[in-house]
Design a protein around this ligand. Structure first.
Ligand SMILES: [Zn+2]
Length: 506
């Protein structure tokens, strides 16, 4: 090439596609979806895509050596014509936080943009603190990172809508019959005498005094309370809790009501009234309901009394204030700890409540950044919100406690490497053998005790004691595996992530 190196045009985007287990092409994470998303980003930016694909086979992407294309891509990063690294989402890159940290540092040094292509992810600018922080936190909480999952899910919904398929969940407490029409669902939960809820079937009473609580009736009750017009949705949530109604999670487990559950039910008044779902309830604030007279419910297909629903719509409309400056609602403020921080008071009650309040970032009307407790949930803590700076300070303290002196990290790493090279086989073989022997012995003792008991040589009590002891020992051995090194490696990895997190946090 005749041009000098400095005049090489930077326009090549390294595009990475990965799929660990191949699924059908409608899958949200299918290589085709990833590629389509990535291509769109490259087109928009005027980049020339250069594809790297690790797709075949069922190997896990958790280790680098199963990802040859990824290694090739890394080697290509330092070339002068490379301007960006594009992947569909964070989980396409590395699964382990500290490697993402390393990757980010490398990209920063080379001045290469990291761009995520899944719709809703947007461009993460890794040259800013917030961008780096998002990537770090995202990587650290990768598998729990709801935003990531929901962005992919939204992408999938868009895809299915384009294909003209029915999309969306039915309103709470309802189901679709064979013609696709809404009907009350028979599902519900048992309210136990101690106030907890239990999953079950209406005809199988788990306890004499248990009461069957149908989800549909809970929704109906919420509508009635709202239609009365003298209660806000948070108070309705408390009231439903007091009356022993329950909501349910997407995993189908019953839990007590909270404000947002009530809000969703109320917002779905059209669907309960037999109209087709147009947009999601959460995207349909009450102030968009202005022309109430133009909404005609369909009594033939309604699952709730139409006059009740009309009353609900009226209360909802009367109560709503139209936002004066709708623009402000579109400003996205970044609160890195939103939803990640949970309420300690609530989590102490989690067994009973089946939910825990999180803290969510918000900006007060005076422009102060705070985190607040989930609304409409009873909590023993009197404090409902906290200044962002205070929470950040606490978070830094936690980080400081968790971070290990780099010298110790080196030491740990050396110990692991040594073990891996020299002792792995002997240790694992020994342990496996020891385990098999111990379990065999326990089984033998069990058999013998049973024999002695049947022969009348030992008492029933003694037999049961022996049985229990040996069964416990077997369970203990079964739980023990050669995971020591893996655990230490994981630990080092987590510590590395924390150190990186701390670096970008400050
Ligand atoms: Zn709480």
């Amino acid at each position: 090439m005749a041009k000098s190196q400095s005049s090489v045009e930077r326009n090549v985007a390294l595009c990475y596609v990965r799929q660990s287990v191949t699924k059908d092409e409608n899958d949200t994470n299918s290589p085709e979806r990833q590629k389509a998303n990535i291509q769109a980003v490259c087109d928009a930016k005027g980049w020339i895509p250069e594809w790297y694909e690790d797709t075949g086979g069922h190997k896990s992407g958790r280790t680098v050596k199963n990802r040859p294309a990824w290694l090739a891509l890394i080697n290509r990063l330092k070339d002068r014509d490379v301007v960006a690294l594009v992947a569909n989402d964070m989980s396409r890159l590395h699964r382990k936080g500290w490697r993402v940290g390393d990757l980010m540092e490398q990209l920063n040094e080379l001045n290469i943009a990291l761009t995520l292509a899944a719709p809703g992810k947007g461009h993460i600018d890794t040259s800013t603190i917030n961008g780096r922080l998002l990537v770090q936190v995202g990587a650290l909480f990768d598998e729990y990172y709801a935003e990531d999952v929901s962005a992919k899910a939204r992408d999938s919904i868009r895809h299915r809508r384009k294909q003209g398929k029915y999309v969306g969940r039915v309103p709470f407490g309802t189901q679709r019959d064979s013609n696709g029409l809404l009907e009350p669902s028979h599902e519900g939960a048992w309210l136990m005498p101690n106030g907890t809820f239990q999953q079950g079937q209406p005809h199988e009473k788990p306890y004499p005094d248990a009461i069957w609580r149908r989800y549909f009736d809970a929704a109906l009750r919420a509508m009635e309370l709202y239609a009365a017009g003298d209660m806000g949705i948070a108070r309705i949530a408390y009231k439903l809790d007091d009356e022993g109604w329950c909501y349910r999670t997407v995993q189908n487990t019953p839990r007590v009501f909270e404000r947002d559950d009530v809000r969703r039910i109320i917002a779905n008044w059209r669907e309960y009234g037999g109209l087709l779902q147009t947009t999601r309830a959460r995207n349909r604030p009450a102030y968009k309901d202005d022309d109430l007279s133009s909404v005609v419910l369909n009594p033939d297909q309604a699952v709730m009394p139409v006059d009740l629903l009309e009353q609900v719509a009226k209360v909802r409309y009367d109560r709503t204030q139209k936002p004066r400056r709708t623009k402000t609602h579109n400003v996205k403020m970044i609160y890195p700890l939103s939803v990640l921080v949970r309420c300690a008071h609530c989590s102490a009650e989690e067994d009973v409540q089946k939910r825990t309040a999180t803290l969510q970032g918000y900006t007060t009307s005076a422009g102060i950044r705070r985190y607040r407790h989930s609304i409409g949930m009873k909590c023993t803590s009197g404090t409902r919100s906290v200044k962002e700076s205070d929470l950040n300070g606490e978070f830094e303290k936690v980080l400081d406690h968790l971070i290990v002196n780099p010298e110790y990290m080196d030491l740990m790493q050396r110990i692991v490497t040594k073990d891996l090279n020299l002792d792995q086989h002997t240790e694992s073989d020994n342990l496996e053998q020891q385990k098999a022997e111990a379990i065999a012995k326990c089984r033998h003792r069990l058999e013998r005790a049973k024999f002695l008991f049947l022969e009348g040589d030992i008492s029933k009590d003694e037999y049961l004691r022996t049985k229990k002891r040996n069964e416990e020992e077997i369970a203990h051995w079964l739980a023990r595996t050669v995971k020591t090194q893996e655990i230490i490696i994981e630990l080092i990895s987590v510590l590395g992530t924390l150190t990186n997190l701390k670096r970008v946090w400050l």
